[in-house]
Design a protein around this ligand. Structure first.
Ligand SMILES: [Zn+2]
Length: 263
């Protein structure tokens, strides 16, 4: 029985060695393997992928250096990094994100967020989606034909999970779920007596009937709950006395565009 044991011992030693080598290659800072590292834990460049690359890509978009958010550091991402480096005079402009540069990027994003929040606090109305968004075509507009009715609002598409803000200060009038249509939705009676309606939220809003909300306060996230093809906000505005309490909806497009111009 000596011999097989020896063989097994050798096999174990060999597999341990192989495992160590494999570990070594993932831990190497230059490794292109998928990372579980946090943003800023390692230097990122072309060919790398991981959660931290995705994080970087989101930040680049917030800094108006657009790139696809897919967790893959491709040429487009490198171009975006270089444009940010160039814009701020971070030398060398090489498209590599060292932990130090990651910290600078986070700093810029946070500063921008604070600036937006301060600006929003001074405005009575805020555009409900802070990230990249799209108003779509004719089908997305108020009054567009739908089977059996017309579209009562404006659709604005955005990334699933994008933050959703309350457009105008007020009080939650209704919070509900409608599987066949609106999905998770929220109706806010504005201080201006207009009702503001948000549909297809990713999850039910934390806010409930009677909750007081300020303009720019996060009410949830963009989603595709209910009858929605793709993540988007279906947004409605209703004249007083409001949403299904005797009022009627009107086209919110030009209001959205206006808030969008400064938010
Ligand atoms: Zn819609």
């Amino acid at each position: 029985m000596e011999q097989p044991n020896l063989v097994r011992a050798w096999a174990l030693a060999l597999s341990a060695l192989l495992a160590a080598m494999a570990l070594g290659s993932t831990a190497a800072p230059a490794g292109p393997a998928a990372g579980t590292a946090g943003f800023g834990d390692r230097t990122l460049w072309l060919g790398m992928r991981g959660r931290d690359v995705r994080h970087l890509q989101k930040h680049l978009n917030r800094l108006k250096a657009p790139t696809v958010v897919d967790g893959q550091f491709g040429k487009g991402t490198r171009r975006s990094v270089m444009s940010v480096e160039d814009r701020h005079g971070w030398v060398p402009v090489n498209g590599k994100v060292s932990p130090k540069e990651a910290k600078r990027i986070k700093g810029k994003v946070n500063k921008q967020r604070r600036r937006k929040e301060t600006r929003a606090a001074r405005r009575s109305h805020v555009f409900p989606i802070p990230g990249p968004h799209d108003y779509g075509g004719a089908q997305a507009r108020f009054g567009a034909p739908r089977s059996g009715h017309t579209h009562q609002g404006q659709d604005v598409s955005a990334a699933c999970g994008e933050r959703l803000f309350n457009a105008h200060g007020g009080t939650v009038k209704a919070k509900a779920y409608q599987g066949s249509g609106a999905g998770h939705y929220l109706v806010v009676r504005g201080k201006d007596k207009t009702d503001y309606v948000y549909m297809h939220l990713g999850k039910a809003s934390w806010a409930t009937e009677g909750t007081k909300l300020y303009a720019g306060q996060q009410i949830g996230r963009v989603g595709d709950s209910g009858n929605a093809s793709g993540c988007h906000l279906h947004f409605e505005m209703w004249w007083p006395p409001g949403w299904y309490t005797g009022g009627r909806p009107f086209d919110p497009y030009r209001y959205l565009k206006h808030w969008d111009s400064y938010s």
